[in-house]
Design a protein around this ligand. Sequence first.
Ligand code: HEC
Ligand code: HEC
Ligand code: HEC
Ligand code: HEC
Ligand code: HEC
Length: 398
Amino acid sequence: MLHRTLFSLLLLLTASSSHAAEQNTFSATSPHHLSAETCGTCHKQIFEQWKGSMHSQSSPLKDPIFAEAYKHVIGDATQEGLTKNGQYPVCLNCHAPNAAKDLKTKIDAQNYHEGVNCVVCHTLKDYKGTQTEKGGLRFGIQAYEVATDRLQGPSGRYLSPEANAFHPFQMEPNQLMLRTSRVCMGCHEQFINEKGVPMCQTGMEYSDMNAPVTCQSCHMPKVGESTDHSMLGGHSEGMLKRAIVVSLKTKTEGEMIKTTVRLQNMLPHRFPTGVPFRNVYMKLTAYDKQDRLLFNNFKTFPPEAKDDPKAMFMYNLADETGKTVALPFSASEMLSDTRFKASELRELEYNIPAKDVAVIRAEVIYHLLTPEFVEKLGSGLTGDLTSPAVAGIAEVKF
Ligand code: HEC
Ligand code: HEC
Ligand code: HEC
Ligand code: HEC
Ligand code: HEC
């Protein structure tokens, strides 16, 4: 601890002399053009974590899934002056907030390609809410009051001018934002498409149950004194394994094995949460001693809902004619939402013919994308983005 403080102090002393000019520049010009690389010269570990996170990938020049969708819905992200229905593309308010602050759409300029970078989050001064007083909606950077003169910090260390002089950029303590879920809500509470259909709703799902834990408690765990900025979610198999608990109960009744699959969502938001095309299903199989498949609740792979609708957990959207859509952005109605609610427990019952059964297995499988989405926007989407991930597994042997 002392060692670390001394080290920081040393760093700061050298920093405050060589960066004294920059501290003034911060208030004079545009803090939102500061690159994460600048912060990364000192905050090396956080920089590396951030770099591996989806936040650093969120612009249309990075994340392949978003890039494909953005191209399809809005256009070429290297062009200036793109609009959608005559308006600035709403997507950039969350996916490339520094560009949105300048109302620019050419994302290969400035630091825009860095997406949700350090200065985006560390200048969020207050959360205004995604609903306006007049009943309209605002998203991403528009839902916040943004500081233009000081960085916002999570500890109370920067109250005095002396303390502040140590940091190359002026700092304001703001625990009410950085230590609470409010800091995430402008971008994660909700997004509603142009036809009024809800897309991402993580924050809304969450406030439903007034959970006493913050987003940071799971998504930004403490590593020693530092906060992990990797912000893992659906792209991480480790996170998926924390999401759900699967267990099996079986009872042989005559020719049949009565099987109950118990699925417990461990999260204070839906599982799967986030964008509509995330999807989960529960695969129930039985094998004999030679590992030959005797029973499968789904006939095909990828699974079709008609085989076992109760074992599909997804968000289904439709167009004007009521037909399921591959891309949610222009959907006009919600058909069904079978995802787990926050903390929900579900039990599914099956009858499996008992003859020769040696093992019964339940697996919860997660996909970032639906097969229809991949088919529609597939060209850039390969590898891990389209392969299944196992979120949970349970087995009973006979
Ligand atoms: C010259 C080195 C240096 C640079 C450049 C730098 N910092 Fe820091 N910063 C530090 C040190 C040292 C600390 C104190 C130790 C710590 O908390 O890690 C600190 C603390 C912080 C804190 C914690 C505030 C609190 O309330 O405790 C935040 C947030 C922060 N820096 C953000 C940034 C951002 C964002 C940038 C880029 C715009 C940046 N820093 C650039 C050295 C630097
Ligand atoms: C300025 C907007 C913004 C803020 C503030 C923000 N996020 Fe994000 N976040 C995004 C965007 C945009 C993405 C999606 C990036 C992509 O996949 O293209 C994202 C992605 C994520 C993911 C990863 C999802 C995945 O697919 O793996 C997690 C987890 C996450 N954010 C958590 C948080 C938490 C927790 C906070 C608050 C501490 C927060 N975010 C604050 C915009 C934001
Ligand atoms: C998505 C929003 C978000 C982004 C992007 C982000 N931070 Fe943070 N940062 C936070 C939050 C929230 C906290 C406070 C976490 C807590 O205390 O629970 C924090 C804490 C910190 C701290 C305090 C020390 C610590 O380890 O807790 C530093 C330093 C820091 N961030 C630097 C950075 C730097 C440098 C970058 C870019 C490489 C960055 N942050 C990107 C949201 C963000
Ligand atoms: C109890 C721990 C926990 C808390 C608290 C929590 N999450 Fe999560 N979150 C997870 C896990 C585990 C996953 C991975 C499963 C999934 O993607 O549904 C996840 C997934 C996500 C994703 C990824 C969605 C995607 O498309 O990949 C986002 C975004 C997210 N959470 C945001 C939030 C926000 C915002 C909050 C606060 C309002 C929050 N989470 C609170 C554990 C938590
Ligand atoms: C209110 C903020 C917000 C707005 C506006 C927004 N998004 Fe997102 N978007 C997110 C967040 C947060 C995530 C990632 C986490 C999740 O799944 O919720 C995301 C994820 C995505 C993904 C999935 C990326 C991946 O890696 O799987 C696509 C595609 C996407 N958005 C497209 C769009 C398009 C196209 C627009 C504009 C029409 C748009 N988004 C507008 C917040 C937003």
